[in-house]
Design a protein around this ligand. Structure first.
Ligand code: MG
Length: 250
């Protein structure tokens, strides 16, 4: 069921989203050659807890950490590890959520580690821009397919591909709510968007083919062809005036 939030609920949810956004910013500042993904996870967890919030992902479905940290060909759900040491040229996707006073915020960003290749930078730019193409469509009267098709069109025009097996989602009192928000689709199709809906739009964009596989740890999701993947996400509220990005820092 799709939940509609009142203005009062949206204003409470904004606090959870701001904490999520700031946790992501703190994570990004920690991305440097020689740092382990476990160290970044610890920084994220400590930051969120210091705000009096709870890391949304910790223990969710059994996930063992506060942030998903996915390096290079890892698409999503990378498990932070002391054995994963970042090196110059890596691209590092961090996905983090915070739960605060009854609501979740959810956001992701792919950070460059030091100097990255022009090809990697171009993938990051296209993925980030495709998120904003999707956000522009998150307005009352539009449908879920308008978001997905805007993302897909932007990505495929640049010869990249959008992941099919994982999609965005409603977010609010629960981390994952209805409806699903695919990053592909047909304009004018799918559930109608209404004021008070809050959704996580999160394009996962591959440099090569869209196929992915989940490794034996049942979390780590990698590109099937071993090429790079990027991931950007915002929590967005649909308001009568159009989309409002909730996961922004102060
Ligand atoms: Mg999400």
């Amino acid at each position: 069921m799709v939940s509609i939030k009142t203005a009062r609920e949206l204003s409470k949810m904004k606090d959870a989203c701001r904490i999520s956004a700031e946790a992501l910013r703190v994570a990004g500042e920690a991305v440097k050659p020689g740092v382990t993904t476990l160290e970044i996870d610890t920084i994220v967890r400590q930051y969120i807890e210091k705000q009096g919030a709870t890391p949304s992902f910790l223990g969710y479905g059994g996930f063992p950490a506060s942030a998903c940290i996915s390096v290079n060909n890892v698409v999503i759900h990378g498990i932070p590890s002391k054995n994963t040491v970042l090196k110059e040229g890596d691209i590092v996707s961090v996905d983090v959520g915070a739960y605060y006073r009854g609501f979740h915020g959810d956001n992701a960003y792919t950070f460059p580690c030091g100097k990255i290749s022009a090809q990697a930078q171009s993938l990051l730019d296209a993925t980030k821009e495709s998120l904003f193409e999707g956000i522009k469509q998150a307005r009352p009267g539009n449908r879920v397919g308008d978001i997905g098709s805007a993302v897909q069109k932007y990505v495929e025009a640049r010869s990249y591909s959008v992941v099919r097996d994982f999609v965005g989602h409603g977010v609010g009192a629960k981390l994952h709510e209805d409806p699903s928000i695919p990053n592909y689709g047909t304009p004018g199709r799918g559930i109608r968007l209404l004021p008070g809906m809050t959704i996580a739009i999160e394009p996962m964009v591959n440099q090569g083919a869209y196929q992915v596989k989940v490794l034996g740890d049942e979390w780590t999701t990698v590109t099937l062809d071993g090429k790079l993947s990027a991931h950007f996400e915002h929590t967005v509220a649909i308001t009568p005036d159009g989309p409002r990005i909730m996961t922004l820092c102060d």
